[in-house]
Structure formats: C-alpha cells, structure tokens
Design a protein around this ligand. Structure first.
Ligand code: SAM
Length: 284
C-alpha cells in the first residue's frame, strides 16, 4: 500500500479539521486525488526535484506531488486551520514535506530548497498574477526554478499564453514569453472544485529559458510595454511619445509602423525597440 492510500479521503479531512472554504483566502479545493495527481504529472518528472507549493490547503495537490515522487515538497499555507491536515501528510511521507505557515507574498522560501526546483500550486486567484510576475522578474536570470505549474482563472491563463493580435495579448504574455516557454496544459470546469468558483480554470506550465528570448534591458522593456498597453487602443506613436521626442523614427527603426497598436506587435519588435531606446539614452 502506498503512503497516499493510508491517508483519509480529502472530504473526511475537511470534515475532521473543520475546513469550511473561506472566500477571502481564495479557497476552492480540489478533492479528487486522480485529478491532483494528473496536475502533479504536468510538472514533469519530480523524482530528483524539490517542489515549492503555494497554498496546499487540505493537501490534495501536495499528496499528488509526493505520490509522483517529489524529493521534497515545501508548502506555504496562510490558513492555520490546514496545518493539522498537512501534518498527517508529512507523517505519511517522512522527511519529504515541510510546511511554512505564512503568507506567500511575504516569505521567500526558495533559498530553503536545493536545485533543481519546480514551483506548483492551485493558487489563490487574488495573488496568482502577482506571484507569477515576481517569479518571472528576479534580479538575475536564469531563475532558481526550472518550471512553474500553476492553476489560474482561464482568462488569466489565456493572457499568459496569448499571441499578438489577440485581445488577451499584453504585458503578462510578453513578460512570460520573453523568459519562458508557456503552455496551457489542462482545462478545468468550475465543478472540479469545492466549492465551485464562478469561472473556469486552467493549468499553465512555464519552463524557464536559459536566457531571455531576445536581448533587452528588463527595466526598459517593462517601461515600453507598460506604456504601450496602458493605452492599448492608441497608435504607438501617441502612447509611447513620453519615452523619446523622436519616437516615430525609433519605432520605424525597430520595424514598427508608428500608427500600429500595441496588440499587433510581437515580442521581438518590443525588444528591438527597448534596445534602440537604450542606445539613444546612452548617446552623449
Ligand atoms: N491546493 C489546495 C487544493 O488544490 O485543494 C488549495 C487551493 S485553494 C485555491 C488556495 C489555497 O491557498 C488555500 O488553501 C488558501 O488558504 C491558501 N492561501 C490563500 N492566500 C494565501 C497566501 N497569501 N499565502 C499562502 N497561502 C494562501
């Protein structure tokens, strides 16, 4: 019998520990262990990896990650009510599960792990985007993590993988695709969760690229993209005019028509634009 089979079913865990779902904590639990194992498998072969899990809750995905062979799981959970349930899992997998009781936005536990490191989670929706942006914008690149396997609202997942020309294309797509390979690997209807959220969800898998896809200074690229999408319906010569007095010329040098709009421009051109702006700023 494997360790996962010695643990009580998740519905029983929730009843025993009084884990009524709290909306403020984004608690939409996954109680089907086949499903949580399937999500864990999207993170790839975990046998030689340490995994950081954000928001383990009653531990459905945690069990999946451990059953799929993760060397170690470090789980950060804000809700103290979940800790006894997680302690039961830790006892079933001696030495392989460590739980930090805290806020994932305030603790930075990556330093506690040994590479290769993967990050996984059925994230609380209110902090998912902020965590993703933090993981994609560390001071140094490549990051300490190899991959991210994360549940988002479907609409956010689509923004991460969006291509130029689509309504979902914007800062999140550019940031994610500049530094990672991003794919939607699973779609989940609201009924997969207890309680069901109002919207559908999707799991996105991001693999870190050894180097950003095209050279550019991160701060300049980020400024360009923020200005371009802040007024996404405007022509770029108008939305970017604050960046340089000769912005129309620079756009043309980057292969962008000054009358184009942000959502038509591929990542490569935004990077070219960032490099030209950097060169111009460096000129005496
Ligand atoms: N992983 C569990 C599952 O799939 O059933 C629970 C997922 S639930 C969508 C999100 C979890 O994140 C909850 O357990 C919630 O308490 C926890 N959480 C919410 N805000 C958090 C934060 N700031 N830091 C860490 N955990 C948080």
């Amino acid at each position: 019998m494997s360790a996962i089979d010695t643990l009580p079913p998740l519905r029983a865990v929730i009843a025993t520990h009084g884990l009524s779902a709290r909306k403020a904590l984004g608690q939409n639990f996954l109680l089907d262990l086949n499903l949580t194992s399937k999500i864990a498998r999207q993170a790839g072969d975990l046998a030689q990896c340490d995994v950081l899990e954000i928001g383990p809750g009653p531990g459905g995905l945690t069990r999946g990650l451990l059953a799929e062979g993760a060397r170690k799981v470090l789980a950060v959970e804000k809700d103290a009510r979940c800790l006894p349930a997680l302690a039961e899992i830790a006892a079933a997998y001696p030495g392989r599960l460590e739980v930090i009781h805290g806020d994932a936005l305030e603790v930075d536990p990556l330093a506690h792990l040994t590479p290769p490191i993967r990050i996984a989670g059925n994230l609380p929706y209110n902090i998912g985007t902020e965590l993703l942006v933090r993981w994609l914008t560390p001071k140094a690149w490549p990051p300490v993590w190899d991959s991210l396997t994360l549940m988002f609202q479907r609409e956010v997942a689509e923004r991460i993988v969006a291509r130029p020309g689509s309504k979902s294309y914007g800062r999140l797509a550019l940031l994610a695709q500049w530094r990672a390979e991003a794919r939607i690997v699973m779609s989940l209807p609201p009924e997969a969760f207890t309680p069901p959220p109002k919207v559908s969800s999707a799991v996105v898998h991001l693999t870190a690229l050894p180097e950003p896809r095209h050279p550019a200074d991160p701060a300049i690229l980020s400024r360009v993209v923020a200005a371009a999408f802040n007024q996404r319906r405007k022509m770029l010569r108008a939305s970017l005019k604050g960046l340089a007095p000769n912005i129309a010329d620079i756009l043309e040098q980057a292969g962008i028509a000054p009358t184009d709009r942000a959502e038509q421009i591929p990542l490569e051109r935004f990077c070219a634009l960032a490099r030209l702006l950097e060169d111009q700023a460096a000129k005496p």
